[in-house]
Design a protein around this ligand. Sequence first.
Ligand code: ADP
Length: 416
Amino acid sequence: MGAAAEAGRLLVINAGSSSLKFKLFAAAPLVAGLGGLIERIGDAANSTLSAKLRLPDGSTQKWEDKTPITNHTTALEKLMRFLGDNVSSSIEQEVAAVGHRIVHGLDIAKAVLLDDAVIKKIEKAAALAPLHNPPGLAGIAAAQKVFGPAVPHVAVFDTAFHQTLPPHAYMYALPMEYYKQHSIRRYGFHGTSHKYLAETAAAMMGRPLGQLNAITCHLGAGSSVTAVERGRSVDTSMGLTPLEGLVMGTRCGDLDPAVPLHIMRTTGVGAAEMDAILNKRSGLLGLCGNNDLRNVIERRAKGDPEAALAMDVFIYRVRKYVGAYTTALNGHVDAIVFSAGIGENSPLVRALVCGELQRLGVIIDAEANAEMVGGRQGFISKPESRVKVLVVPTDEELSIAQQTVGVVFGDMGEQM
Ligand code: ADP
């Protein structure tokens, strides 16, 4: 194991504009430790640091500190003091690498060691991910300050797994200058999750990743579907931004591009408001007034027609993508994988998406499907189902930690 055996710990960071999610891992072997969230950064009167740790007996130890936090640097300083008090007094020396979740990496195709050139690229990509890349950069700057130059930092990009999309899948049929001069193309998101789902499904099916064709469905507040061919992403439902594709909690997904133009022309709505309508007031929320699918399902069960319609539109869109990606994979689908808040917890959604697909080789085991909730991982198809259907709880932090180890201690990364 060499260097990795002495690696100590890894810190995984996911910095938002006013929040910072974190998880600490033991590096060799890679084991998750304490994780948590710093919220309301910049609102010193209300900022909090909360954390939890799963203990070996299955119980959970929890912390919640109200503490003034003015920016990402103070957030990380507070976090290191907190870890020093509650995990190890020598935590500063033990953190051997930091993994950063970054949303947009333009054409960067894998996790990379952060240097000036990579930071420049993340800055350039901020034009396409204005809500996500700037806080990611703030998290990087803060961590570099707090840990000093001796600790390596790795950037893991949501877009990286989808860099294998072929041009016919990523090009929009717009005048070429928008691609050439403005980098407008489909990038795809949730890549860290889809990569983890494909790897985990391959391991569960006992085959090398390079021999797996799968349709991975990450269904949460934000949702996307990916077509994985021989372990590589060949198409995905999100595009230039995470707005394209499925119906989501508050996002409309696929839409005739003339619709927003028509609304803007006829109602006088400006670009910023239109953006908010499409991203924050549409989707399930727009259709029925609830963005949480649990509420939609409850209302539907009581006979509420708007909730039933919202559910129908949501399910039909997922089915359309499963059909499209079956064709993208030339009919060779080994597995359909469900994950994230909805995919991991709703047997109803999984049954509706996979229902009546016997002719495509999909046969759900109703009992297994009903049992696979609350973080359980396993198969929900019948043994005779040609296409295996799996539920895999996604673990983006673990994937970021694995990729960070892979970049910093290449020897270990290969084995994971
Ligand atoms: P995020 O994209 O914020 O990470 P999650 O993956 O945590 O979201 O998914 C959150 C969503 O999962 C919630 O909005 C809720 O609609 C949905 N969800 C959670 N549990 C269930 C359930 N039992 N049935 C249906 N939907 C569920």
